[in-house]
Design a protein around this ligand. Sequence first.
Ligand code: NAD
Length: 292
Amino acid sequence: MEKRINGHTKLYALIGSPVGHSGSPAMQNYSFEKLGLDCAYLAFDIPLEKTKDALDAFRTLHVGGFNVTMPCKTAVAQLVDRLSPAAEVIGACNTVVVEEDGTMTGHNTDGVGFIHNLREHGVEVKGQKIVLLGTGGAATAIAVQAALDGVEEIAIFNRKDEFYANGEKTVEKIRRAVPGIGSVSINDLDDAELLKEAVGRADILINATRAGMSPLENVMPVPEEVLRPELAVADVVYNPRETLLVRKAKEAGCRAATGGIGMLLWQGAAAFELFTGQKMPVEEVREKFFAE
Ligand code: NAD
């Protein structure tokens, strides 16, 4: 590391709070080193009210780009100069590229990371019917990216909690951004009959809620009976690595059953490419940081 850092080293960063648990610094620095890039990546704990200060500082310091985690994703989308089409519709960004003149372009790589992981598991979204559980940050990114990528139908389900209204907004945003989409709806996760019927005719079931994530690791987001071999099942949760839903999907013989670690890897790989213009050495990163 000492050899790599010099007077020209370009800085990349992560902001949000907390950031101490994040795997991004390790993944990005390892990739810089592997490719011999004169760059370094550090995490900064930035509370929401300091978001603008952080962006101003990054402009002053000529930081090359940065990732954004909770709670700053929406604020950053409102502060940058330009947004990618997906980040514009999602209304949040997790990756920002900073030009030499300080111009900041916000992207959201969560959706593309999720779709890339699905593809790696043999599942394409184009023309498919999706049931998506959740209306938080991860779910919104996935819904918008899937719509932009040509999905035929998205039935979003969520509990009638404080996130439900966000789902209503997402439906409106998708209808405006992708008027050709077959159908997009928001529904009550507690309506068991409606959920069963929707999953019954879906090609892909996605869990983008906290159900299944520690300490909710024993929570199944849908009744086990709806799982069937024709269904592909994808979870965004990666802690635990194999969620209860993914385990039950495998037991039910679902055509694909994947957890969230691949999404984490591929959203980071997409950010790396936006930062450097080069492909992340994904297989080496996977082996080093994400081996089962
Ligand atoms: P969020 O706080 O924005 O949204 C939480 C969602 O979970 C809401 O839809 C809420 O209604 C739902 N929820 C909470 N408790 C629930 C329960 N007991 N039953 C059913 N629904 C419940 O969170 P987020 O940032 O969207 O993250 C959601 C999950 O996605 C987390 O587990 C997070 O770790 C994971 N995630 C994974 C990646 C990845 O790269 N794999 C990226 C982002 C988020």
